[in-house]
Design a protein around this ligand. Structure first.
Ligand code: 13P
Length: 283
């Protein structure tokens, strides 16, 4: 089927008390792996790319891969711009045909975050393309993104932010961080419940690689409907490639090692679809 938006996918997840996994992809093999995992488990799925990924090869390359994978799939697939870092990039992804857009104004002051988010929402809503925003700062570092030390989302600010921007989903800062954790992450689960009490749109968890599955489950029980995984997919893909190359230094065919990287990503994604409880939820 054609790519779908994340709008109904996330509303269904919210109603059904599960979450949809959003998986960052870096190449064709990772796109294939994520969609194939979703198909095997009959799950809706979100593919996403960061600004640095689309700088490496532009939006159209990734979108073309996603479109082909979606067309051949029996499950709903959405293509999302992750951490859209400017109005211009958000508009480029919108014009290219991405079916879900994140504008990340979390590095700006509250009022400026509202202004830039609303400007993207105003354009995207004309074509019914849903927009995700971020309030508070998810810490850590991923590619060019540097969340610094993080600042947690304030529930009352979240309410005002959602009312003033009309955004479709909200990424919250509750103690997760992008990249590899040094120790076990400590999440402010109570804060998530407080946000949920006042904000009724789907909430998004960033920085989920390395967060224990039981903690992710608790977050889903408290309103998280989209769960982002990036770092662990990169680790899985690289592990597969390295294993092949370490075993035989004479391998020169990229298909040989990429296929193993793809298989490792697929297994990882399947395990996280189960954690999100989105298996058998494809419509
Ligand atoms: P991780 O790299 O920590 O999985 O974070 C993914 C993410 O939140 C992408 O936006």
């Amino acid at each position: 089927m054609a790519l779908v938006t994340t709008k109904q996918m996330l509303l269904d997840a919210q109603k059904g008390n599960y979450a949809v996994g959003a998986f960052n992809v870096e190449n064709m093999e990772m796109v294939m792996a994520v969609v194939s995992a979703a198909e095997e488990l009959n799950s809706p799925v979100i593919l996403q790319t960061t600004p640095s990924t689309v700088k490496y090869a532009d939006l159209e390359y990734f979108l073309a891969n996603a479109k082909v994978a979606a067309q051949n799939a029996s499950v709903p697939v959405a293509m999302h711009l992750d951490h859209g870092s400017s109005f211009e990039l958000a508009m480029s992804a919108f014009r290219a045909g991405y079916t879900s857009i994140m504008i990340d104004g979390s590095h700006s002051e509250f009022e400026e975050n509202i202004r830039i988010t609303k400007s993207v929402v105003d354009v995207c809503k004309c074509a019914k393309i849903p927009v995700e925003a971020e309030l508070g700062k998810v810490g850590g570092k991923e590619d060019d993104l540097d969340g610094g030390d993080g600042g947690y989302t304030d529930p009352q600010e979240a309410l005002e932010f959602v009312q003033k921007t009309g955004v479709d989903s909200l990424a919250v800062a509750i103690g997760t961080a992008h990249g590899v954790y040094k120790g076990e992450p400590k999440l402010d689960i109570d804060r998530l419940a407080e946000i949920r009490k006042v904000v009724d749109i789907p909430l998004v968890l960033h920085g989920t690689s390395g967060v224990p599955d039981e903690t992710v489950t608790k977050c889903i029980e408290r309103g998280i409907c989209k769960v982002n995984y990036a770092t662990d997919l990169r680790i899985a893909f690289s592990k597969g490639v390295k294993e092949v190359l370490d075993k035989d230094h004479d391998v020169i065919d990229p298909k040989k090692y990429n296929a193993v990287g793809r298989e490792y990503v697929k297994e990882y994604v399947k395990s996280k679809i189960i954690v999100c409880k989105s298996d058998e939820k494809a419509k």
